[in-house]
Ligand binder design. Structure first.
Ligand code: DX5
Ligand code: ZN
Length: 237
């Protein structure tokens, strides 16, 4: 299991509903203002890191985290879509990352989790929409966060892949059966028309990029997503 966290990065209670805006969809010419706009209504910020090798896109790295750290109290949830995360985990920690998530598809998962734990990062593991829960089950007892991708990684604005809900449901069932305080995060195509489905399947952290930063009022859009997840959770009893 991950490490004790300080007040700012207090890990949410198991299953607490969270919306994590993805800055990939924000205006990079005004990133500080974009983050400030959602800061009052969110507690997490999703930072999409891509290396142009694990995924066919190239985005940002530790310097952007370092620039945002002093101006934001949000939990920095860094999604590392990169082939060799071991080369950069320390740099992300030093820059101000609170949690990092590596992909099970890059291999060496146990070593990456050890490395994150040694650095005092919250431990995250991601699986692509075509990945089976069996790929990540061996690591579940160690995780603070399991990220079930609902698009194939690389770009914002893609359509939700509902087949991934089977993995979300299997993960939630496993966490419940084993009394694990692990967040189950979904990422990709999350918006007003899909967040209920993800909540019903058992997700509790919802990454949204275009649905938030593509909206006229990002704070209102983020709040609306949280309200929708809360209403769905309540309807489940
Ligand atoms: C895709 C990223 C996602 C993406 C989400 O590889 O991991 O976080 O930015 O963007 P939307 O919400 O627009 O699908
Ligand atoms: Zn992401």
């Amino acid at each position: 299991m991950g490490v004790e966290l300080d007040q700012r990065t207090e890990a949410p209670a198991n299953g607490e509903l969270r919306v994590a805006p993805s800055i990939l969809s924000a205006d990079f010419a005004h990133l500080g203002a974009a983050v400030a706009a959602i800061e009052p209504v969110c507690s997490w910020l999703h930072v999409d890191v891509m290396d142009g090798h694990f995924v066919p896109n190239l985005t940002i790295g530790p310097p952007v985290v370092q620039s945002l750290r002093p101006v934001s109290q949000l939990f920095f949830d860094c999604h590392l879509m990169i082939t060799n995360p071991e080369r950069y985990l320390e740099a992300f920690k030093v820059a101000g990352a609170d949690g990092c998530t590596v992909h099970v598809e890059v291999g060496n998962t146990a070593a990456h989790l050890d490395h994150m734990e040694d650095l005092g990062l919250r431990l995250g593991l991601a699986v692509n929409p075509d990945g089976d829960f069996s790929l990540v089950e061996p690591f579940m007892d160690r995780l603070d966060l399991l990220l079930v991708m609902t698009v194939f990684p690389g770009f914002g604005g893609q359509s939700f892949i509902a087949d991934a809900m089977a993995t979300v449901a299997a993960a939630r069932a496993y966490a419940t059966a084993h009394h694990l305080a692990v967040d189950i995060e979904v990422d990709g195509g999350i918006g007003p028309s899909t967040i209920a489905t993800a909540t019903e399947a058992g997700a509790n952290v919802f990454v949204a990029g275009s649905a938030i930063f593509g909206a006229a009022d990002p704070a209102r859009a983020a709040a609306g997503l949280l309200e929708a997840a809360t209403a769905t959770r309540r309807s489940l009893g």
